[in-house]
Design a protein around this ligand. Structure first.
Ligand code: C2O
Ligand code: CU
Length: 492
């Protein structure tokens, strides 16, 4: 990732960028000061994993290097990554480095930034780790099935000097739809999931296992890196009497704060770095509960306290993370764009479920009692799409930009969720500030790469379009993406 047009003056104009810029080279290093190169090989292939506690319950899955999640890639900010992806699947794949600001050709979007990697072939990705933070990787080819079968892994970029904690722990949250015999249900891409909240599973895992207990000690401070790798499930984690502090969202530092309403909410693809002090009594067991969907609360995992404390007094170490070299959008000169998301099962619309699979068109029956937005229904039948961005449902590999953003300018995208569903909206190649929700300024102007929009919500985001190329914007509920909720924006 390069910022070749970034002048020193513009650079210093952003205090955050200036602070970080002093510590690390933004530009590709010259041979004399080459950043250390970290080489990794990821092989995507079918295999068997043990998701369930029962010793005999194995699940055929697709994985990187034989494990779900794939290996944790952990490097230092400023290092250069060279990742060889081998495709051992029987179909095409690619890898996308979610949230990492990579050069366009390294973004892993088939047909848009590279040809797909054929079965048996490989591809080498190479880029600088410009931002420190919690990121992840996953395929961008038929992701609703490839991710849903287990292809994803964490990518951690450490600050040059990480904040002090006792343990730095990654929890990759997965959600599986398993049959009674512990196999992955193969109803990928079905119309019902696509029209509703996506493929919500029946088995939630942490780091590829249905967890029972997570061992902790009183007095311990943990930096918990949460990554939601589920196709569709939104998490709202309740840490009971613990007081989680959010220090970063989507890898980007944020003013440390307690989560709104006490729940750490993560839409698909979103991350949070949570500072968690272990304040309960030695020997106790405290449940972490997922409460996002009302009436469907369940115990995710227990924090199991050892009988002896680590220390008596909680640490008072600072929790503020150093900023990343993101350019501050100049709001006085920002160009405004409007983007509307619609489609899906509208609030009161009554519609029979349609049969068939995505991508084959909506040939199934649409029967009785249908009311509501007839125009939209006609569009659906016409295009085979279910979800739309600015009235267009993406089909196949439609790669015409819906939006062109002038390079190195600040842009505001005013997004409207005109549907009755949540959508985690992801932009590639950039992080953006979340400015407002329903007209109310956000308290922290957080940087994100994926913003969860509630039904009917309006969200304004802003960023400097400083990474040239054609980039995806899409819903990260992967069934929504596949059913039309994606588009391309061009930075030129
Ligand atoms: Cu996490 Cu377009 O992807
Ligand atoms: Cu969506």
């Amino acid at each position: 990732f390069r910022l070749p047009t970034l002048t020193r003056r513009a650079f210093l104009a952003s205090s955050a960028a200036a602070a970080a810029g002093a510590m690390m080279p933004l530009h590709s290093p010259s041979p004399a000061q080459a950043a250390p190169l970290r080489e990794v090989t990821l092989r995507a292939a079918p295999g068997r994993v043990r998701l369930l506690p029962a010793a005999d319950a194995e699940t055929p899955a697709w994985s990187y290097n034989g494990s779900v999640p794939g290996p944790e890639i952990r490097v230092k900010q400023g290092e250069r990554l060279r990742i060889t992806v081998e495709n051992g699947l029987a179909e095409e794949t690619t890898v996308h480095w979610h949230g990492v600001r990579v050069p366009n050709a390294m973004d892993g979007v088939p047909y848009l930034t590279q040809p797909p990697i054929d079965a048996g072939k490989s591809f080498v990705y190479e880029y600088d780790a410009v931002d420190a933070g919690t990121f992840w990787y996953h395929p961008h080819q038929r992701s609703f099935e490839q991710v849903g079968r287990g292809l994803y892994g964490p990518l951690i970029i450490e600050e040059p000097e990480p904040i002090r904690v006792d343990r730095d722990v990654t929890w990759v949250l997965g959600d599986w739809r398993l049959t009674k015999s512990a196999e992955i249900s193969d109803d990928f891409g079905n119309m019902h999931d696509a029209m509703h909240g996506g493929r919500i599973g029946n088995t939630v895992t942490i780091n590829g296992h249905v967890p029972d207990a997570f061992a902790v000690r009183r007095g311990e401070r943990i930096r918990l890196r949460l990554i939601n790798a589920a196709n569709a499930r939104i998490f709202g984690l309740d840490f009971a009497d613990h007081k989680p502090i959010i220090a970063a969202l989507d890898g980007q530092p944020v003013e440390p704060h307690a989560p709104d309403g006490g729940l750490v909410v993560l839409g698909p693809a979103m991350r949070a770095d949570v500072i968690l002090d272990m304040t309960a009594a030695s020997g106790s067991r405290v449940s972490v509960t997922d409460r996002f969907y009302e009436g469907l609360e369940y115990r995710l995992v227990d924090l199991a306290y050892a009988d002896t404390p680590l220390r008596d007094k909680m640490p008072d170490w600072p929790v503020v993370l150093p900023p990343n070299p993101l350019r501050e959008p100049d709001m006085t000169a920002a160009i405004r764009h409007e983007v509307t998301f619609n489609g899906g099962m509208m609030g009161t619309m009554v519609m029979q479920e349609m049969g068939g699979s995505m991508g084959k068109g909506s040939s199934g029956g649409m029967g009785g009692g249908m009311m509501g937005n007839m125009g939209m229904m006609m569009d659906m039948m016409h295009t085979g799409g279910i979800w739309f961005i600015n009235g267009v449902a993406a089909e196949g590999h439609v790669m015409k930009p819906m939006l062109t953003l002038e390079r190195d300018r600040a842009h505001v995208i005013a997004m409207t969720n005109a549907t009755a569903w949540h959508h985690p909206i992801h932009l590639h190649g950039h992080s953006f500030r979340v400015l407002s929700r329903n007209g109310q300024p956000t308290r922290y102007r957080e940087w994100q790469d994926t913003v969860l929009m509630a039904p009917r919500e309006k969200v304004e985001i802003a960023f400097v379009a400083d990474n040239p190329g054609d980039w995806m914007i899409h819903c990260h509920i992967l069934e929504h993406q596949a059913a039309g909720m994606m588009g391309v924006f061009r930075v030129a």
